[in-house]
Design a protein around this ligand. Sequence first.
Ligand code: PGA
Length: 224
Amino acid sequence: MKKLFILGNWKSNKTLQEALAWKQSFTENTHLDLDTITVIVCPAFHHLSLFEGVTYFSLGVQDLSPFTSGAYTGAISAGMVKDIASYALLGHSERRKHFGETDEIVADKVKQALAVNLRPVVCVSHLDQVKKLKELVPEFTKSGLILYEPLFAIGSGKSDTPENANKTAQEIDNIIPSVPILYGGSVVAENVKGFVTQPYLSGVGVGGASLDPQKFIQLIQAVL
Ligand code: PGA
């Protein structure tokens, strides 16, 4: 049986208190057997230490500096978070759109993640981005994951069909074989099973439905 990944991306949301309330609600109310699923939660940087010691899920960051630690005001380097996070979500379409991230910048971030053993989860919306990733960071395949997110499906409430997502995942697999491929875009408890049962998909990325701990638990339960 393939190992499945469920990655929750909180994006630019939650005060410290809200994050603590989420943590309490999630950990108190859930007694799931997660042997076959890796749950990854990607809160904002300032939340990370709230989750120190949590074993129930892995922590990811939503972004990284393309540089090493040093004189880069405002940037969070891979080295700064490597002790607390295990995954780095990189190249999300919102970062590409609102922060001008190019494939080259994303590639630099991926290299930073790999250098400190953070597993990069690279978001792509087009096959060209996959080709570029392979060309710029061939070593990505060692530990990386791909999160395929068609732009129309992100935050719209209109997910792609599982069959379409699987077809694109197969095309991605043809370019970069043997890398786990996740689907993201309006995934909720009601539709998640359709995606994780596709042969070329190894999990899902979840935005909106990860913000409410109960909705997130329901989504995980729907996969089990
Ligand atoms: P959504 O976001 O689940 O709210 O559509 C997905 C994402 O951007 O990862």
